[in-house]
Design a protein around this ligand. Structure first.
Ligand SMILES: *[C@@H]1O[C@H](CO)[C@@H](O)[C@H](O)[C@H]1NC(C)=O
Ligand SMILES: *[C@@H]1O[C@H](CO)[C@@H](O)[C@H](O)[C@H]1NC(C)=O
Ligand SMILES: *[C@@H]1O[C@H](CO)[C@@H](O)[C@H](O)[C@H]1NC(C)=O
Ligand SMILES: *[C@@H]1O[C@H](CO)[C@@H](O)[C@H](O)[C@H]1NC(C)=O
Length: 505
């Protein structure tokens, strides 16, 4: 490091972006993210109830590519002290994790709180606080208590009160130490993938209405939790409450009017369906998409639009119900007005009626959907700044998938992170109100229907080892170096693969 600085001074011009004096602000928060079902294991321990992922993997095991499940996963239920040690090794400011609703409320309802579940999260939070690592706590990362799914889950408007009751237990139990809560992780993946198709639990495949019923009920549930925080907890706890939405970049394939409109429709269907009601000045669902759904619904003989409307009162309830924009971002798409033929009808895809594809030149990850689209993170943040009047943004997930046999030398992941963090610096220069960045993920984990065939970890997890030993990948050293020096250094190579904890962590 020292040698590079000296040689830069001597030559007085550093190569490209190397240490070109662009630094992350001192108060910029660096962290990593995980999710309960993907790492915890302990699926039926100490009174935990069954979640929709426990249920799916138990009753329909071949739905998962390698017929695996999260019963043990990375066993963070027993390894949380090692997890915190890894946070210290990386020098993190913050750790974003999620709570398992069914671990805290085994039946989903708030009449019965499981003390062992609350104790597990207290232990984790307290261990982090010892080392000044800020907890960022998600209430919901896809693992609905199965008992609530039996009652319709997010298609039942009563989810609003069930979630409100759960949120109150969470704020009361942890809000003395947790100052940043995230209600839902990725409404699109919950609603479109879980209810409108078969790519996430509960694989309902209600393509006509599942996505839309879920969207409205989820937004109402989010707003209810936000208002509970606002009314009952904010004055004593002084924290913040928001939501995390996955936003990919949707760029028109050409500058024709048709393609530009198609790209906007894609944005509306893929993420603004969930974001506009909260962050737009007008509130309510995005207009062009809502119009398209109404027209198609009428043509299909439905007496009303398949997208349930918000009343004026509900619009006001949801609008502004977030203290920040939690942004999960991974990739981008090109969009053209050409119809994609092979979609179920009726469905969101048929309602949008656009073609989304990737430029074949973009480098591919192990995940079919995840390619490295140039400057996609920058483009998205600039778009959100303009669309929603410069909201406070946290990147709550960003990462790269490699194959299970990929090993510890993950240069493609490093390339991805460096490019993304260069985008972060560009966005800060452009005045984006960005306050932090969380890499996905701290360690390898159960990747939903892909099982353990894909890896996202800065740390590798050995699943053949009953201890689920974690070993840092090369990317862990690079991320640590970026955090420590608050700059993206393209020359840096770790000298050894031995990880230590720096003084002060
Ligand atoms: C569309 O126009 C903008 C601004 O002139 C330009 O930067 C962009 O490259 C164009 N996009 C395409 C796909 O031609
Ligand atoms: C999901 O439903 C659509 C009809 O809306 C159907 O075409 C498709 O085959 C179903 N998928 C599965 C996996 O059952
Ligand atoms: C795809 O990428 C290539 C190489 O970067 C570029 O020349 C081409 O314009 C891109 N195509 C579109 C439609 O963006
Ligand atoms: C994983 O753990 C098993 C069992 O302890 C051990 O035999 C194996 O060598 C480990 N694999 C790696 C890559 O460390």
């Amino acid at each position: 490091m020292f040698a590079i600085i000296v040689s830069c001074l001597l030559v007085s011009a550093c190569h490209g972006s190397t240490l070109r004096n662009r630094r992350f602000p001192d108060d910029f928060i660096f962290g990593v993210s995980t999710a309960a079902y993907q790492i915890e294991g302990g699926w039926n321990e100490d009174g935990k109830g069954e979640s929709i992922w426990d249920h799916l993997t138990r009753t329909n095991p071949t739905a998962v590519k390698d017929v695996s499940n999260g019963n043990i996963a990375a066993d963070s239920y027993h390894n949380y002290k090692r997890d915190v040690e890894m946070m210290r090794e990386l020098g993190l400011d913050a750790y974003r994790f999620s709570l398992s609703w069914a671990r805290i409320l085994p039946t989903g309802m708030a009449n019965e709180v499981n003390p062992a579940g609350v104790a597990y999260y207290n232990n984790l939070i307290n261990e982090m606080m010892k080392y000044n690592i800020t907890p960022i706590v998600g209430l919901y990362h896809w693992d609905l208590p199965q008992k609530l799914q039996d009652l319709g889950g997010f298609t039942n408007p009563l989810i609003v009160t069930w979630f409100e009751d759960y949120a109150r237990v969470v704020f009361r139990s942890f809000g003395d130490r947790v100052k940043m809560f995230i209600t839902f992780n990725e409404p699109r993946e919950i609603c479109l993938e879980g209810y409108g198709s078969t790519s996430k639990a509960p694989i309902l495949n209600s393509t006509a209405v599942g996505t839309y019923l879920c969207a409205k009920n989820l937004l109402m549930a989010h707003a209810a939790a936000y208002h509970i925080y606002d009314k009952e907890f904010r004055s004593s706890q002084n924290g913040r409450c928001g939501i995390t939405i996955s936003v990919h970049d949707y760029a028109p394939a050409t500058n024709s009017t048709e393609d530009v409109f198609a790209a906007e429709v894609a944005r509306q269907g893929e993420w603004a369906l969930y974001a506009d009601p909260i962050y737009s000045a007008e509130g309510g669902f995005p207009k062009e998409l809502a119009d398209k759904i109404a027209v198609k619904s009428a043509q299909q003989g439905y007496p009303r639009s398949r997208l349930p409307a918000f009343t004026e009162e509900e619009k006001v309830f949801v609008r502004g119900s977030s203290d920040f924009f939690g942004l999960n971002h991974y990739t981008g798409y090109l969009v053209s007005a050409t119809t994609h033929e092979l979609v179920p009808k009726p469905s969101l895809w048929d309602d949008m009626d656009v073609r989304m594809y990737k430029n074949a030149t973009w480098p591919k990850s192990a995940a079919s959907w995840l390619a490295m689209a140039p400057n996609s993170l920058y483009n998205v943040m600039i778009h959100l700044k303009a669309r929603y009047n410069n909201p406070v943004i946290y990147v709550t997930e960003n990462g790269w998938s490699t194959r299970s046999q990929g090993g510890l030398i993950d240069d493609d992941r490093i390339r991805y992170y460096r490019a993304a963090l260069e985008n972060v610096l560009d966005a800060l220069d452009a005045g984006v109100n960005l306050k932090g960045y969380m890499a996905w993920s701290l360690m390898d984990n159960f990747e939903w229907l892909q099982g353990y065939t894909e890896r996202y970890g800065l740390y590798q997890v050995n699943y053949s080892d009953p201890m689920r030993t974690r070993t840092p990948r090369k990317s862990a050293f690079v991320y640590k170096h970026i955090i420590k020096h608050r700059a993206v250094d393209y020359e840096y190579e770790p000298e050894t693969m031995v990880m230590t904890i720096d003084e002060g962590h």
